[in-house]
Design a protein around this ligand. Sequence first.
Ligand code: HEM
Length: 302
Amino acid sequence: VEASARQLVHAFAADGSADFAELFARRLPVRVIMNLLGVSEDNDDFRAWYRAIVDYSGNFRGDPEVSRAGLEAGAELADFLDEQIRRRRARPGDDLISLLCASEIDGTRLGDDVIKSFGLVLLAAAGETTEKALNLTVCHLLRSHAGAAVRADDSLLGRALAETLRLTPPVQIITRETRQAVALSGGTLPKGALVFLLISAANRDPARFRSPDVFDVDRGDAEADRAFTGAALHLAFGSGRHFCLGASVAHMEITTALRILFRTLPDLRLPPGFVPEDVGFVTRGPRRVPIEFTPVPHGAAR
Ligand code: HEM
């Protein structure tokens, strides 16, 4: 994570301005996943498949071209993973695919299909969520009064991330099907209903969170150390059996990346008057994050 974050920041540090969303947040998570899976960083196809799959999963308008490109990317990626699994079975490395190839559950090796599905799930679950969380955290930190204190003391980054996830969860909605009728305060959901659960609304429940619409890194009720565990009060990582498997990875990745960003570009700011425009339905975050800073000459960035 450190090496990738440094490379990405250094690539624009001499320019004095950049779109953080395009040049950093969009690129870091997919690089981290490629490193985990042992896929070469030069693999532009992999990056393109990732993009097409993310666009497909957010295609609620049903644009036929986005659907076609997403399905095609999914098929190509599945073929690619098949080939990677075949190679790792023949010659294991120290990557996650090799580890899964060697893993056993109750004495049985995982099948190729399970390993392939795991790779596809990882891409969907660990990519766009982290991308959106990076953009949202940077926007909150550059727009709030508390931002300067957090940037001066990077041990506070975890708290800032926790509060970002509460106030503006990158995943806004999760779905469930009721196995039996469920009585709630507003009525009864019938058995077999498809339910859209609004994490973003629950995270602003005034009965749970004082001044819920305020970005407050000091709030005792969203304590940072438990905000990345199943005991979290906010619901940005879900809850219960399906609680996000990658919450601690997301914490490590985002705090590491932002520490490097703010140390390299200490006077980072948004352009005067810029207000981020959040877009998206199931996942949501700013479309663009233009940043300005004093240029750091090539080779001088730490
Ligand atoms: C800030 C970043 C992230 C957010 C906001 C996030 C959010 C979520 C949410 C809300 C769920 C629950 C879905 C449900 O209950 O239907 C979930 C599940 C999951 N997440 Fe994350 N996630 C993030 C990062 C990651 C990362 C980095 C990984 C992998 C390294 C990951 C892997 C998973 C997996 C595998 C599941 C499925 C767990 C299951 O169904 O048992 N996530 N995530």
